[in-house]
Design a protein around this ligand. Structure first.
Ligand code: ADP
Ligand code: MG
Length: 263
């Protein structure tokens, strides 16, 4: 899926990105990179600016300033054009046709039965069932099968496991990890299940009030924020130094500095 020629080029590169609604920048000065085969978790409390960042990368929102390059293209292309080039956006809203069967959903998405069942064997006995009659977890497996079955180079996953049972979350995130490992898909992952996200991510960024305040490997992030859940519950990362102090090259090069600024 990923080409050898482009193996070292980032799939996403944001530099000094300001983004928001109208002229109001709710996301400020974001530097972020996603390399092929890499899962970058974008964490932070509600309202931090994660979805705004995602939507700007997806082409749904125009950047207010700064640079956004997606699949090597720095122009402002809408999502449907980026989708053709290999960008998939999956959100908590199940992207399935509820009145159609599982099989027809796959057919319409241009995804073969074998590909979908290879990813999610759970879908095999459900092929004739209307998507509207599937459980939330099954619908989201179908959504992800449709998205990954089209062989994207970049997956933007915004809380795709919202409201799902822990075992289903596990399955879905394992399939995301496998897509990165086996097919070189780059993934920007916004996920409420922070511990699971840190388990499968290669790097993580923590956003707060529109800015990236922490950046590093999952182990570094765990060390910095202690009980990672507190980032969400308290809306703040305890002991979190500011970006300026801790990670001058947040998100750069796929080889982040440690969150404490060491190499
Ligand atoms: N459509 C919108 N119009 C204006 N402000 C918005 C809109 N959507 C989100 N916001 C604001 O942008 C900020 C970041 O929101 P969002 O990116 O959705 O955060 P997150 O995904 O981290 O929860 C919040 O303060 C939110 O109120
Ligand atoms: Mg959001």
């Amino acid at each position: 899926m990923s080409s050898t020629a482009g193996a070292t080029a980032p799939l996403v590169e944001c530099r000094g990105l300001h983004a928001g609604y109208g002229s109001v920048a709710v996301v400020q000065d974001v530097d972020l990179q996603v390399m092929p085969g890499e899962i970058v978790a974008l964490l932070g409390p509600n309202g931090a600016g994660k979805t705004t960042t995602m939507l700007t990368i997806a082409g749904e929102l125009p950047p207010l300033s700064g640079e956004v390059s997606v699949l090597g293209d720095g122009s402002r292309r809408p999502l449907f054009r980026r989708a053709r080039a290999g960008v998939a956006l999956v959100t908590e809203e199940r992207s399935v046709f509820m009145g159609l069967s599982t099989a027809d959903n796959l057919r319409l998405g241009g995804v073969s039965f074998d590909t979908a069942v290879g990813m999610f064997p759970e879908l095999e006995p459900l092929m004739k069932r209307r998507a509207g009659l599937l459980s939330g977890g099954q619908q989201q497996m179908l959504t992800l099968a449709r998205a990954l079955g089209r062989s994207p180079r970049l997956l933007l996953a915004d809380e795709l496991s919202l409201g799902l049972a822990p075992l289903v979350v596990e399955r879905i995130l394992d399939v995301v990890r496998a897509a990165a490992n086996d097919h070189g898909v780059g993934v920007l992952l916004v996920e409420q299940h922070i511990k699971r996200a840190l388990d499968i991510a290669d790097r993580a960024l923590v956003m707060r009030r529109g800015r990236i305040v922490l950046s590093g490997t999952p182990a570094e992030i765990r060390d910095q924020i202690g009980d990672v859940q507190s980032v969400y519950l308290a809306g703040a990362a305890p002991n979190a130094p500011s970006k300026e102090h801790c990670c001058p090259r947040a998100g750069a090069g796929g080889r982040d500095r440690c969150v404490d600024g060491s190499a």
